[in-house]
Write a protein that binds this ligand. Sequence first.
Ligand code: ADP
Ligand code: ADP
Ligand code: ZN
Length: 214
Amino acid sequence: MRAILLGPPGAGKGTQAETIVKEFSIPHISTGDIFRKNIKEGTPLGKKAMEYMDQGKLVPDDLTVELVKDRLLKDDCKNGFLLDGFPRTIYQADALEDFLKEIGQSLDYVINISVRKELLIERAVGRRLCKNCGQAYHMSFNKPLKEGVCDKCGGELIQRKDDTKETVENRINVYREQTEPLIDYYTKKGIIVNIDGEKPIAQVSQDIIAALRK
Ligand code: ADP
Ligand code: ADP
Ligand code: ZN
């Protein structure tokens, strides 16, 4: 299974990725997670990416594409992968297509998760992540058992720096301008699966898995 998760910030891509990769035994490749890891470790890539991420802007295409190509060449991607948050521009989508062609692969599905803007803001602003293991929670919709503490590892829950109302609004605008055209792009290729992301987490997972099993 070679698939992409497409959707605006807060749509539930990361949350759904967790279930999908378990179901299909494929690696979860989130460009956002890779950038955040680099920022945490203070690498040159992290320093560069941070300038853009903090403002809710996209990291430049060439940098992002190189990163994903390197990742897709790793052994664990041989039998498939789930890309989360990549591609985000037509340029990235074209580059991905060329690269997959080069290595004799192609995409099976693009899972397009839709959620209304007001709900996206509420989701992103209430999002909390475990500082330790990265597990995502929500202050109202997906609470940890104990406030501020990760159920899985006991780590401290923190808020992403770019999950403020203002930056989320910027990110939604960037999504509309630069990423939304990909819905048409992949619809024309006949591989899009449209998912209503406003349902409860478990229901959305069921809908996605049912669509991918068809
Ligand atoms: P969300 O889950 O809220 O959609 P991500 O974690 O996927 O956010 O991305 C966070 C930030 O990382 C983006 O706002 C952007 O700055 C950067 N980023 C992630 N993926 C890409 C990409 N494919 N191209 C450019 N920038 C990206
Ligand atoms: P994305 O990766 O698309 O930015 P996340 O998966 O991180 O989105 O989800 C954003 C926030 O919304 C998280 O706090 C998550 O717990 C919550 N969330 C995700 N899916 C749902 C859902 N179907 N219903 C309610 N809350 C959700
Ligand atoms: Zn944790």
